[in-house]
Design a binder for this molecule. Structure first.
Ligand code: AMP
Ligand code: MG
Length: 473
């Protein structure tokens, strides 16, 4: 296949940054050849980040660069291990994806283009190295939904259907195939460091950590205390991420250490789910029998994963400093989480003591009533009325449900409104609109879109959903 000479994706300035670290961290691989390439999704929102305009990039350019996957530079399957459901697994690594290239964004930050579903690698372990079309669609949707909710997340640049038949236990099979391009700050995981510890290579741990700090934590790279400071920042970032997932009602589902990014970003969306109702015991992955990665366990699992990282990091940081930093995780988490729930309730930077009470009461009534998590905040944003400040009895007057202390909730909400000046009502209204999504990505929403594709090859509902998730409608 002849390369389109002026393909803007081939002209990007890919930088061999990971490659330059030496060949201890990856294997060179080639992509599979697919019988077909049909562009199903292109993320125009991401193009300006790489200096591209959507008019200048044709669908064929996407297909050429990200469907045919001819190497304009070496593709790297990254090496990593990880704890999966608590068990150490030294047989991991990029089994169905690779690092396509690294590129500086217009924001001067480095981004990875990573593939998913691009073929087998030395780490496929008997797997086919493929991604189902439904799996690709699910990852596109999760990333857009989380991004709109303010979560630091990877996003998908493109999804191309590849015309193969795949067999999976969790989908009616045969099912359709795809290859996805994921844009992420980094694909270096906690498990990348765990592998180096397992191999007893403290030298490589230090080298990789220097790279991580220089690239993703530049604000501390000159400090003599850079290693402990890095861990402090990572703990903060992960605590914030866990809080963001919780506030968004998102259950990642597979928080193994190979799915934890060293930049503290959210990525790798497999059997995730958005909660229909507030239920800490909600489990997303069908194979998570014990509920290890349940919705409500996410912050403690994140903290445990940070603790696992102590072994590799002890190559450069004392255990004492690691432990003294990790102790602060819960405080960071709770503070971030409270701030985020208050934003969803309309209050940004609320310094009133009742803020904490309101968050607690909100969770109490959501759990007791099991009303829709998304629906509650949607109703609040739609019905919010300046009159609520004067007349506490009018707050959500048509919505009060039995079996919970709604009066108590309204009393606290009213008290807070009352303490704020009248001019603030407008800010609360816009805060409610900004911090609450327009549509909920619960399982039924995704399944409905998928059924249209699977049964009628009708992609319009999928595109409509993306627009809503991106707040464009
Ligand atoms: P995940 O659960 O998607 O984070 O994947 C866990 C590990 O299994 C990673 O090393 C993946 O690369 C690998 N893997 C998952 N699915 C496949 C597949 N279909 N073929 C080969 N490797 C896979
Ligand atoms: Mg993974």
């Amino acid at each position: 296949m002849v390369e389109i000479p002026d393909n803007p994706f081939f002209k990007l300035n890919y930088e061999p940054i990971l490659e330059n670290l030496g060949d201890d961290y990856y294997d060179q691989v080639v992509a599979a050849k697919f019988p077909k390439q049909i562009l199903r999704f292109r993320n125009n929102e991401l193009l300006p980040l790489f200096g591209l305009s959507s008019e200048a990039v044709y669908d064929d350019h996407f297909v050429e660069a990200f469907g045919k996957l001819q190497g304009i530079r070496p593709f790297l399957a990254l090496r990593y291990h990880g704890y999966q459901f608590g068990q150490y697994n030294p047989l991991l690594g990029d089994g169905r994806g690779f690092l396509y290239g690294q590129i500086q964004g217009t924001d001067n930050q480095l981004y990875d283009f990573g593939t998913k579903g691009s073929g087998q690698t030395p780490y496929s372990r008997g797997g086919d190295g493929r991604l189902t079309l439904k799996g690709g669609i699910r990852e596109v949707l999760a990333a857009e939904a989380l991004h709109s909710s303010g979560v630091r997340t990877s996003r998908c640049l493109s999804l191309i259907e590849t015309g193969e038949k795949l067999w999976r236990v969790d989908e009616p099979s045969p099912t359709r195939s795809s290859v996805m391009i994921r844009v992420n700050r980094s694909h270096i995981r906690f498990g990348t460091f765990e592998r180096l510890y397992y191999l007893k290579r403290p030298d490589l741990i230090q080298k990789l950590l220097d790279h991580v700090i220089d690239t993703y934590y530049p604000e501390i790279c000159q400090s003599p205390d850079r290693y402990p400071l890095f861990y402090q920042k990572l703990v903060q970032r992960v605590a914030k991420l866990a809080a963001q997932w919780m506030a968004a009602g998102f259950c990642h589902g597979v928080l193994n250490t190979d799915n934890m990014s060293i930049t503290g970003e959210s990525f790798d969306y497999g059997p995730y789910a958005f909660i229909p109702t507030y239920d800490p015991k909600f489990v997303a992955a069908y194979f998570d029998d014990g509920g290890r990665y349940s919705y409500g366990n996410q912050s403690s699992i994140c903290r445990a994963n940070l603790e696992m990282l102590h072994l590799p990091l002890m190559a450069v940081i004392s255990l004492y400093r690691l432990e003294e930093t990790l102790v602060k995780f819960d405080d960071y988490y709770h503070q971030f989480y409270r701030e985020l729930i208050l934003q969803k309730l309309g209050f940004n930077n609320l310094v009133i003591a009742e803020g904490r009470d309101l968050v607690e009461k909100t969770l109490e009534v959501l759990q007791e009533t099991q009303i829709s998590y998304f629906g509650f905040f949607e109703t609040l944003s739609q019905q919010f009325n300046y009159r609520w400040r004067e007349d506490g009895l009018s707050i959500l007057e048509n919505q009060k449900l039995p079996f919970a202390d709604w009066q108590g909730w309204c009393r606290i909400y009213h008290r807070i409104l009352n303490q704020l000046p009248i001019e603030k009502m407008e800010t609360i209204y816009s805060c409610l609109q900004v911090y609450n999504p327009k549509i909920s990505l619960v399982k039924e929403t995704i399944e409905t879109v998928w059924e249209e594709i699977a049964n009628k090859d009708d992609w319009q509902p999928f595109y409509d959903l993306i627009k809503k998730l991106q707040f464009k409608e």
